[in-house]
Ligand binder design. Sequence first.
Ligand code: KIV
Length: 275
Amino acid sequence: MSQVVQSRRLRAVDLARYKDEGRKIISLTAYHAHTAGILDAYCDFILVGDSLGMVMHGMESTLPVTVEMMIVQAQAVMRGTSRALIVVDLPFGSYEASKEQAFLTAARVLKETGAGAIKMEGGAKFAETVAFLVERGVPVMGHIGLTPQSVNTMGGFRVQGHSPESEKALMADAVAISRAGAFAIVMEGIVEPVARVIATAPEVTALTIGIGATVECDGQILVLEDMLGLSDRAPKFVKSYGSLRAHIEEAVRGYAEEVRDGRFPAIEHTYPPRG
Ligand code: KIV
């Protein structure tokens, strides 16, 4: 029987070593202490993604998510874990205005949560910001391709890389973010052959983490609720590894029936008098 050996929490630099050793990097999102605690033994990093706005709060996009929301959920994830690197998304509006704004937000997130890295969306145009943060001690994960915070300018949640111009821009983004010192780049919603070229390009030195991209990435990430079959609907790239929605419904139906029929609580679910 294999045993999970608990050790110190992983850092961004450890993941680069994993790649050198030929190990794929495993990641999922989590927003809660209990789910993060389950993931901890299996994931190298756990992303507290701003997808929490849509997944937990039923928002139509990630745009309304605030820094305070990210901090509260990241604190919960930190409490529930001891091994995985915790990466926290910088939400829309908290880093784009200037590199100084980005640093102040990132520093606040790392100080108030104890997480080990931040993630920010955007490619070449944020390379200067990435370098500014890295020089000041903030490990940065980039995010290119389908960047949900740009839903309004992209005209929807659109897969990227269909045209030669788009392919060129994506490659330029990955190279610029790598050169700026990002330790990893999430590549989301990019047509497979283009994602493959980017993930295997020697100039892309940052670790590539795919989501709707290619198996050639150095690692993969999915939104936990999507892969568990808990979300109402999930993107095409999600493989369902569970059917939690059906299980929850079955459990809730059973509970409702038993309460209605007076079968719950049974005597063993009540407290006998003392003595
Ligand atoms: O917010 C998020 O969950 C993400 C993943 C989809 C990578 O950015």
